[in-house]
Design a protein around this ligand. Structure first.
Ligand code: FAD
Ligand code: NAP
Ligand code: SF4
Length: 670
């Protein structure tokens, strides 16, 4: 029994096979699944996670037939050639002592194809194509295709399959009156709507025999109108157990749901209460999911009986050695997923290969490698923001002698500001991780030290990561006492009045507006459920109840010069949450603004040719940033080998994803 996480690391006996622990790596579509020539990259990505100790890996989704593809020519498991190719993946994982199952995902109406199908011909709000209504024969054939795909997965060497029944994909579409208006034996009553997923499990079991893992991933809370009631969820769970599933994995919310389920602002472990309830009605293991990102939380969920297993997906991108580190009592060395979605889901939805903001090696294991150096160098890194921290730790990991200079009294740069935002508390974890790594890798850290050129004499390489300075726009009256910068508000906690205009609606303008409109509560978790309308009693269909929003403590105007919709450029999978959050707090968002002047009366603006006065107590400037290049400029021509990274390099469109990636890449090449 492990001394640190005895429940999470306890083996799980499935009768014919045993998982080495209770941690399941949840399915993620990385973009490596779709093309055969990526198979080695895919195999290396999974092999690293298997080496890191995870109990069982679930691959990204593979459709059992062409109609179920997520994209044209998307990943499928429907022929023997593909199955044999996958032997490379399963072989590499098994060599590392791991287990891996193939996820069978039929996209249904979530397919971005003109040939997508669904129980009824009802278009989804998030895809451009109206699906074709499946005929009775097509339904039967699709079930047979699932069974055939599972057989092929077995041929490919997989330890099992996960049948994707949540998140609003085809099986979920059969389950809900929202998308299933059929009047034949596959629609109508709850029994009829449950028939398709149960039949898929039954025929898959018949095809693969007894000794092959079948995980069924079911939606516990659909969070969309006309989703399943809790009674229906229970009926389905009993049905899939009887049909031969070994494990029930869980999912929360359809992709089209307007309640966030995985972004940073969702409280950790927010949905484990639903797994706890499901566990009471089935005897097979139940796996909790969504926003579980630390071993302590995973241990608590299993130890308290809320679930038998935990599904960690994005945390496995952030740190492939999550389990091994926990097992060795080194949880403080885990690089924690901060649920930003910036390099994983945002990439996937933009048809780019997934990676991870805090770990740019994710899905690039064969390309970005931190190999031990053959010629040890003395390296100076100036600035301990995300860029400098990544550069310093990767260089030290490779065996270089690294000194890190930081003008502030603590490491972190702008992450110290970002973590002040309600819902971004997890950014603290990144700083904890880097702090620990600097110590472990013996980086000489010189805090409270603003490095000048004299400090940098004698180093072989100097990495300048001095970051940015906030931009001060040339608006008349910008020096008026009521004007504050975002640093005044977030870092220096200067008092802010009851009415506020925020100039600049980029990521920081949104964050500042969120900070100023947040109504603090003694029980933030309960407040979150209330604000988003989540029924924790599971008495209402799809777990939806009317939201109860705590009023904002102040009135906020959020402004930009561009004519485009405010917040349009925020993260692809998280932007809507920020916009919805501010709408709930009645923030007035105004586009196409000209700033005329700031005076005692407030902020004078012109919108569509009309003058308007915003009679605000404070004007907060969030108008972007300029690079801090003074040191880099001074070093130019000095003969020192200089690398400029992060905000110091280019401030426009800078985010921590680019800062950390650039720092890691520079250090990987020293
Ligand atoms: P910085 O973080 O600016 O760090 C530069 C460091 O260099 C500072 O610590 C500074 O003190 C130090 N320094 C400067 N000159 C010297 C010198 N001469 N000697 C020694 N030290 C020096 N990004 C995201 O990707 N996602 C988010 O959700 C997100 N949210 C944010 C929210 C807020 C409120 C803010 C302010 C920023 C947010 N960001 C976010 C942006 C992100 O924090 C930055 O892109 C990132 O910090 C840039 O990293 P950097 O290392 O280049 O610079
Ligand atoms: P930003 O996203 O570039 O936004 C700057 C805002 O200021 C824009 O709305 C811009 O809009 C406005 N602006 C620019 N110049 C101006 C001027 N001279 N006068 C008045 N307004 C001006 O930058 P940011 O908000 O400072 O954020 C910095 C970086 O941190 C961003 O690149 C972002 O990616 C990152 N970040 C990310 C998140 C996240 O959640 N992912 C959160 C916070 C920050 P107009 O020009 O239309 O007025
Ligand atoms: Fe987690 Fe962000 Fe990395 Fe995605 S990009 S795995 S959400 S830290």
């Amino acid at each position: 029994m492990n001394a640190f996480y005895p429940h999470m690391l306890q083996p799980l006996d499935l009768g014919f096979t045993t998982l080495r622990n209770r941690v399941l790596m949840g399915s993620m579509h990385t973009g490596l699944e779709d093309r055969f020539y990526h198979i080695d990259k895919l195999a290396s990505y999974f092999a690293e996670r298997a080496r890191g100790g995870v109990g069982i890996i679930v691959t990204g989704g593979y459709s059992p037939n062409r109609r179920g593809e997520l994209l044209p020519l998307g990943s499928r498991m429907d022929n023997k050639v593909t199955a044999m190719l996958h032997r490379h993946v399963t072989g590499k994982v098994h060599n590392e002592g791991g287990k891996i199952v193939l996820q069978l995902l039929h996209a249904g109406r979530y397919g971005y194809t003109p040939y997508s199908v669904s129980p009824s011909g009802i278009k989804s709000p998030i895809t451009p194509f109206k699906p074709w209504k499946m005929s009775g024969k097509q339904v039967e054939n699709t079930i047979a295709d699932f069974a055939r795909a599972a057989e092929l997965a077995k041929l490919a060497g997989y330890d099992g399959v996960e049948i994707m029944g949540s998140e609003g994909y085809l099986l979920n579409q059969f389950l809900c009156a929202r998308t299933n208006k059929r009047t034949d034996k596959w629609g109508g009553s709850a029994e009829n709507r449950t028939r398709f997923p149960v039949e898929v499990v039954r025929q898959v079991r018949a095809a693969v025999g007894r000794e092959f893992i079948i995980i069924y991933r079911m939606s516990l809370m659909d969070l969309v109108e006309d989703g399943q009631s809790w009674d229906e969820v229970e009926m389905l769970a009993k049905g899939v157990e009887a049909a031969g599933a070994n494990i029930i994995n869980t999912g929360i919310g359809w992709h089209e749901a307007r309640i966030p389920t995985i972004v940073t602002s969702v409280p950790r472990g927010a949905f484990a209460f639903s797994t706890a309830k499901l566990k009471q009605v089935v005897s097979i293991p139940v796996c909790a999911s969504n926003r579980i990102n630390t071993p302590d939380l995973a241990e608590q969920i299993i130890a308290s009986g809320q679930a038998d297993m935990v599904s960690l997906a994005r945390p496995m991108l952030a740190d492939p050695f999550f389990v091994a580190k926990a097992e060795a009592g080194k949880a403080d060395e885990i690089n924690t997923c901060i649920a930003c979605n910036q390099a994983c889901l945002d990439h996937t939805f933009s048809l780019k290969r997934a990676s991870c903001l805090v770990n740019p090696r994710a899905c690039h294991e064969t390309e970005l490698r931190y190999l031990p150096t053959q010629s040890k160098k003395k390296v100076a890194v100036v600035g301990a923001g995300p860029a400098g921290l990544a550069a310093a730790t990767v260089a030290a990991e490779r065996g270089h002698e690294v000194t890190l200079f930081e003008a502030d009294s603590k490491i972190g740069g702008q992450f110290n500001i970002a973590k002040q935002i309600p819902g971004k508390e997890d950014f603290n974890e990144t700083l904890r991780y880097f702090d620990r790594m600097l110590d472990k890798l013996h980086v000489k850290v010189r805090l409270n030290h603003r490095a000048g050129t004299d400090d940098l004499i004698g180093f072989d390489d100097v990495i300048v990561a001095t970051g940015i300075a906030p931009r001060k726009p040339g608006i008349p009256g910008v020096d008026h006492p009521k004007v504050l910068s975002y640093l005044d508000v977030l870092r220096d906690k200067k008092p802010v009045g009851k009415s506020v205009a925020v100039i600049g609606a980029g990521g920081i303008g949104f964050d500042v507006s969120e900070y100023l409109t947040h109504a603090h509560s003694e029980n933030e978790l309960q407040q979150w459920y209330k604000e988003w309308g989540v029924d924790t009693q599971l008495q209402h269909r799809a777990a939806l109840v009317p939201p109860q929003v705590a009023p904002s403590p102040r009135q906020v105007f959020l402004l930009q010069r561009k004519e485009s919709a405010v917040g349009k450029n925020l993260g692809r999978t998280s932007g809507w949450v920020h916009r919805a959050q501010l709408n709930k707090k009645a923030v007035e968002m105004i586009a196409g603004v000209s700033y005329d002047r700031i005076d005692d009366q407030g902020l004078h603006i012109t919108v569509k040719g009309k003058s308007r006065l915003l009679p605000v107590d404070n004007v907060i400037i969030c108008a972007g940033q300029e690079p801090q290049r003074a040191l880099a400029d001074q070093l130019a021509g000095s003969g020192v080998r200089v690398h400029v990274i992060g905000g110091a390099d280019v401030a426009a469109e800078l985010d921590a994803k680019r800062a950390i990636k650039q720092g890691s890449e520079v250090a990987a090449q020293l």
